[in-house]
Design a protein around this ligand. Structure first.
Ligand code: ACO
Length: 315
């Protein structure tokens, strides 16, 4: 039976066909997807916090309405992703427990603070920009439910990125203080955004990484470094349009490579943040646990309602 599972699965992957929940799949493939989709879902819901921090202080009613909608979108993305993970045979309650116990990761980027309003612009422009770069290829992921969830997520992320760009665009056309605020936000978010793509493809940091296997399975379509390079190439002209100087003196066009060269990334900082030692790790998890506990009555009410409906149908 195991051999049959292997050959059907391999044939589907070789033909670049989608694997669906009903299909047999190797356990390692299933576990890799659960790990990645859960981490992705956790990132979406933890990612509500940095910007949620500014909802009460958005500078106008229009900005407040946009920000509320955006933060709600992130919650929605979390829900699609937990649902996609559930098709692999895990329970979302269990995944949330693993997040709350620190046993599953969420993106490093959400452990940085949002100090000024311009940070909402920088998150939209840089963080959502990086998210799109990473997630558009996931629309072609070999696992059907994940790939389909990504289509809508990417459409919404594109809107988020435009709204971030527009916040910074307006600040850069404002007073000197507003321009300085936008520049400062870009200075603080640029390097962490580059780290979002994950550790480099080669060297010590790449050991134990998942990229080669995930690419062979059609989960990842590009390596971390390739996506990071695409992101830099996309962002440099946008920064020039904005009038923002990216905080990297080594950033320059390399005509031979046809790409921008950029300076070294501080991977020690990345691993420190992953170990829990970033500026906001403790705050993010405490807030998440509190939200979960405060939401217990909603889950109980939903379960009671579902049980009542099920009983009615039996009658
Ligand atoms: N933050 C936290 N952990 C990370 C990050 C990051 N930015 N990048 C890599 N890691 C972790 C990996 O989870 C892995 O840890 P694990 O073995 O304990 O699970 C380890 O670092 C090694 O990395 P890789 O071998 O590159 O891992 P992987 O193949 O899973 O690639 C990546 C990482 C690119 C993030 C991939 O999981 C992915 O594309 N995920 C979907 C997108 C996503 O999660 N986005 C979240 C942020 S965007 C947003 O929410 C708006």
């Amino acid at each position: 039976h195991r051999e049959q599972v292997g050959s059907d699965f391999d044939a589907l992957i070789a033909a670049d066909q989608r694997i669906e929940p009903r299909d047999a799949m190797p356990d390692e493939y299933r576990q890799t997807l659960i790990r990645q989709i859960a981490q992705h879902a956790h990132s979406e819901i933890i990612g509500m916090q940095p910007e949620g921090n500014w909802i009460t202080r958005a500078p106008s009613l229009r900005r407040k309405a946009i920000l509320i909608a955006k933060v709600q979108d992130e919650a929605g993305h979390g829900l699609y992703l937990y649902s996609a993970a559930e098709t692999l045979g895990v329970d979302r309650a269990e995944l949330l427990d693993r997040l709350h116990e620190g046993k599953q990761k969420y993106s490093s980027i959400f452990n940085y603070p949002t100090l000024t309003w311009a940070d909402c612009g920088a998150i939209g422009w840089l963080v959502d920009g990086a998210a799109i770069m990473n997630q558009v290829p996931l629309c072609r992921c070999s696992y059907g439910p994940y790939a389909r969830a990504m289509i809508r997520v990417c459409k919404e992320e594109s809107f988020h990125q435009r709204q971030g760009f527009e916040i910074l665009w307006n600040l850069m056309r404002g007073t000197e203080a507003q321009q300085a605020m936008a520049q400062d936000a870009a200075d603080r978010w640029w390097w962490p955004a580059l780290m979002m793509f994950g550790p480099p493809d080669s060297g010590e940091a790449a050991k134990g990484g998942h990229t080669a296997q995930s690419m062979a399975w059609g989960i990842k379509r590009f390596s971390n470094d390739d996506l990071r390079q695409k992101f830099v190439d996309m962002m440099v002209p946008q920064a020039e349009k904005l009038g923002i100087v990216l905080p990297d003196p080594q950033l320059r066009w390399n005509a031979e490579r046809g790409h921008y060269d950029f300076g070294p990334i501080d991977w020690d900082e990345f691993w420190r943040v992953l170990r829990g030692d970033g500026a906001c790790n403790a705050e993010r998890i405490t807030q998440r646990r509190r939200a979960h506990e405060e939401g217990a009555w909603v889950r109980e009410a939903a379960n009671a309602h579902a049980a009542k409906q099920a009983a009615k149908q039996k009658e």
